[in-house]
Write a protein that binds this ligand. Structure first.
Ligand code: GLY
Length: 301
């Protein structure tokens, strides 16, 4: 019987010094809740969803409550959940007015024949499944509003490079292996600061923001979505595992490729089917937490 395993992230980017502790604490809390499920024999799919719901509810992170704002000052969120046992996946793109996008992604996976619903259609589907309206003002935080104001004309707008280097990339994600040998992944995000309305990033795209296959492992990405998409980073990490890389080697290799091939910035977490975890990033910081082989939770930022 495999030993369960878990690693999660609270995003890669230029995480400010004064929020390091809250990022680490938030990751630790999410890891604890997911680990309680996994260590009692629960499914990897439930564990990654539970972890991401905690991170979505925590205003520290750019997902759910605390998501960054579009150019128009609105909130549009992306999320995905993928089951390594079946390769089934559910995702939402540019969804509005829901508290937990990852929960809607799970409903897409379990109650539709589709993999991805976007925009008004995704929101209508959520309502049809009994997900209540969660007003946008309940998702917006003062910190995100201040960043949005700064990005408006006359608000001290930064250069494109500066925005790319420092924008809120702190997407959240989790990957896990359960006692039955199944892997799963969940990823959720508000996207990037000041994005165009309708922009969908890498997070809800299979193979980009997330990938899980019991035969390989699972990965969740964070960072500048346009670059992560171009390198299909999560599937690439899993393919490297198939070629003999450890989870750590795979994580390092895809971040190196991201940098060299498209000058991309981001991070990734990986678990292989033996339960070994790895992570890598080329941003100033990445928040993450994982369970050590001895069963204790470590959080870093
Ligand atoms: N990686 C999150 C995004 O670019 O939307």
């Amino acid at each position: 019987m495999p030993t369960p395993s878990l690693i999660l992230h609270g995003g890669a980017g230029n995480i400010p010094d004064d929020t390091l502790q809250e990022h680490a604490d938030g990751c630790r809390q999410a890891a604890q809740i997911a680990w309680d499920l996994l260590s009692r024999g629960g499914p990897a799919l439930d564990a990654v969803e539970a972890a991401v719901r905690v991170l979505e509810d925590d205003p520290t992170f750019n997902a759910g409550h605390g998501a960054c704002l579009t150019r128009d000052g609105d909130i549009e969120m992306d999320a995905i959940l993928m089951d390594g046992a079946t390769l089934n996946a559910g995702a939402v793109g540019a969804i509005q007015r829901v508290k937990n996008p990852v929960a809607v992604a799970r409903l897409v996976m379990e109650r539709t024949q589709h993999c991805l619903l976007v925009g008004a259609g995704a929101e209508a589907f959520a309502r049809s499944q009994g997900i209540p309206v969660w007003p946008t003002q309940n998702l917006i935080t003062e910190r995100r509003l201040a960043r949005w104001r700064e990005a408006q004309p006359g608000g001290g707008q930064r250069s494109e490079t500066s925005v790319r280097e420092t924008a809120g990339h702190d997407t959240v994600g989790a990957v896990a292996l359960d006692v039955n040998g199944h892997v799963a992944v969940a990823t959720s995000t508000g996207g990037i600061d000041n994005k165009l309305p309708g922009r969908v990033g890498d997070s809800p795209l299979i193979g980009c923001g997330a990938y899980a296959d019991d035969a390989l492992g699972a990965a969740s990405a964070t960072g500048w979505g346009e670059s992560l998409m171009k390198t299909v980073i999560s599937k690439s990490a899993c393919e490297l595992i198939a070629g003999g890389a450890t989870a750590q080697q795979a994580a390092e290799a895809v971040i190196r490729h991201l940098d060299e091939r498209v000058n991309g910035r981001g991070g990734i977490i990986v678990v292989d089917r033996q339960g070994r975890v790895g992570y890598a990033f080329n941003t100033p910081r990445m928040a993450c937490a994982w369970v050590t082989p001895e069963g204790s939770i470590r959080a870093e930022c």
